[in-house]
Design a protein around this ligand. Structure first.
Ligand SMILES: O=C(CO)[C@@H](O)[C@H](O)COP(=O)(O)O
Length: 246
């Protein structure tokens, strides 16, 4: 079942170590067949160098395994929540890429400070609220998905325009039209986070790109009337607390 999607998801997973986005067995990629209502995800704990397309696990939108000889990624409940909440995405990536995790650890958004960010993210990449003790004890990975969805709802963000989030003190999740697109967004986020770290070391001034430059670069890449709606996402302001630098 879904042999072509398994190969596509396998190849997307193999990009993670190639792009220096993961260490050891950390991270995972999934991809969905919307017509069948099934998604394919990396198995849990298998070293990337030992992975094969046949190891991929098939899961339904309730998070139940429908095919696979191995256990699905431990983050499967998070992917399940996101596929249900964002019905237009085709692939999801989770990594522990260090620069993005640095911002997640400091509970800071990855701000849109330059055109590199503006080409891919129509605004800042938000950091979620920390999960509560109760959430972690009730259903950790499912609640991780819920806190991601809540972040976008509470901050009026458009998940197509900003296809990424930092889970507080954990790490990034990105998504896209395909697994490969989600991997691309994960790598762009890591590069932007590294650039932002240095910019924020050089100055404490608020260096957000002006809206007209954000619009120019985002529209040039995605088109004014493209699927990624123009203007649907508002600029994310840093939370007004002492932890943020601007
Ligand atoms: O976030 C975590 C662990 O903190 C997980 O994403 C692991 O990094 C990968 O787990 P598996 O996909 O191998 O279950």
């Amino acid at each position: 079942m879904l042999e072509d999607l398994k190969k596509e998801v396998y190849e997307a997973n193999m990009q993670l170590p190639k792009l220096d986005l993961v260490t050891f067995t950390w991270g995972n990629v999934s991809g969905i067949d919307r017509e069948k209502g099934l998604f394919v995800i990396k198995p849990s704990g298998v070293p990337y160098e030992k992975l094969t397309p046949d190891d991929m696990v098939v899961v339904d939108l309730k998070g139940e395994v429908v095919e696979g000889k191995l256990n699905p990624s431990s983050d499967t409940p998070t992917h399940t929540v996101l596929y249900n909440a964002f019905p237009d995405i085709g692939g999801i990536v989770h990594t522990h890429s260090p620069w993005a995790v640095a911002f997640a650890s400091a509970n800071l958004d990855v701000p849109a400070l330059n055109t590199t960010a503006a080409d891919t993210f129509y605004g800042d990449v938000p950091v979620s609220e920390p999960l509560t003790k109760e959430q972690i004890e009730r259903a950790y990975e499912e609640e991780t998905g819920n806190v991601i969805v809540k972040t976008f709802k509470d901050r009026g963000l458009d998940h197509e325009a900003v296809p990424a989030v930092l889970v507080s003190q954990h790490g990034p999740f990105t998504w896209g039209k395909t697994p490969a697109h989600a991997v691309y967004n994960a790598k762009v986020l890591e590069v932007v986070a590294e650039i932002d770290y240095h910019a924020m070391t050089l100055t404490h001034a608020d260096c957000h790109v002006p809206q007209y430059l954000l619009d120019k670069h985002y529209d040039r890449k995605h088109g004014k009337d493209a699927y990624y709606g123009q203007g649907k996402a508002r600029r994310v302001k840093f939370a007004a607390d002492a932890k943020n630098r601007f």
